[in-house]
Design a protein around this ligand. Structure first.
Ligand SMILES: [Zn+2]
Ligand SMILES: [Zn+2]
Length: 328
């Protein structure tokens, strides 16, 4: 990887539509926000006395040390991850080739010779998005439940105000674990689908990603990390995770802890008993909900190194650093 590629990485995420941070997905969130503002104004609600610009970009959010830390962390992190990702991105092809080899050893070469067909392509695309989403949900669950991993996931939950950049407030350890694991599960799934369907196992993509993922990003994905409350009807919240449900995931309120781990689909949480589907507007304060809120996490030094210090203290019983426990 060239040095200029590393410097360009934070900007590449804005222009490359295969990335969730791309301008098109941010634009869709902006459009939905403006509609939400107009609806609120029509109802003479909260937006009534505030201009659109101030409602979209409140000074208390922009000036908050939490969002300023997000901004700096985003640029440094994307460059750092660009350095690491060359090897991480090879995980899916590696898993695909390794499992294909194993399947051939055990079952012999694939005899499937289905001709490419829209039905098979849709089946392949749906299976892959389900495997990807379940993998992300399960990883998110264990990052909450395993204390050693929670020390790293706290970086994301330490945000006390949220902007779309908060989506990238993830410790590199968590980013790499997520990428390696989803690369393995999706690559392995492709190997199985190719064995079963032969040349008909074609994934439908848009902007070089699974089409359902691109549509998900386009459906105002970025409002989940914002102050704009968008809630789907109650029954749809059991199928798709709406922005309000993820905002609840970031709430300091104990009754919201460990709820709504889902990324795209909500039924994993529904099945596991971790779904929280609000029936109306809820006032939410973002943060960890512990005495660590209030500023200790809003520096690059804390975001990168506190998880290492806290997990080390947890493993080796250092008394000077008190890691907080994950939610019960
Ligand atoms: Zn979480
Ligand atoms: Zn989040």
């Amino acid at each position: 990887m060239e040095f200029t590629d590393i410097l360009w990485a934070p900007f590449d995420h804005f222009v490359n539509l295969s990335n969730r941070m791309a301008y098109l997905y941010l634009f869709s969130a902006l459009v939905v926000s403006i509609i939400a503002y107009m609806v609120n104004k029509a109802r003479k609600g909260e937006a009534e006395s505030v201009s659109l610009l101030r409602w979209l970009l409140p000074a208390e959010v922009l000036k908050h040390p939490s969002s300023q830390a997000d901004f700096a962390f985003y640029f440094i992190n994307k460059m750092l991850l660009a350095l690491i990702y060359g090897s991480v991105l090879l995980t899916a092809p590696f898993a695909y080739h390794a499992l294909t080899g194993a399947i051939v050893q055990i079952f012999g070469p694939s005899t499937a010779s289905f001709e490419p067909h829209l039905g098979y392509s849709i089946l392949t695309t749906v299976v892959i998005i389900l495997v990807l989403d379940f993998s992300l949900w399960f990883l998110h669950l264990i990052f909450h439940k395993v204390p050693f991993l929670w020390d790293y996931h706290k970086v994301h939950h330490s945000a006390e105000v949220m902007t779309p950049l908060t989506a990238a407030r993830m410790h590199p350890v968590e980013e790499v674990v997520d990428s390696l694991t989803t690369g393995l599960t999706v690559g392995a799934t492709m190997a199985i689908l190719h064995h079963l369907l032969g040349p008909a196992a074609i994934q439908i993509t848009l902007f070089e990603v699974n089409i359902f993922l691109a549509v998900f990003y386009f459906s105002a994905f970025h409002l989940r990390h914002s102050h704009v409350w968008i809630r789907y009807p109650y029954w749809i919240q059991h199928i798709f995770v709406c922005p309000a449900q993820h905002q609840i995931h970031h709430s300091v309120d104990r009754k919201h802890w460990d709820k709504n781990m889902g990324f795209i689909f909500a039924f994993w949480d529904w099945a596991a008993g971790t779904l929280y589907a609000p029936k109306g507007k809820e006032d939410i304060t973002y943060g960890l909900g512990t005495d660590e809120d209030g500023g200790s996490w809003h520096s690059l030094r804390a975001l990168y190194f506190l998880p290492f210090r806290q997990s080390y203290a947890r493993l080796f019983g250092k008394k000077d650093i008190q890691p907080t426990e994950p939610a019960e």
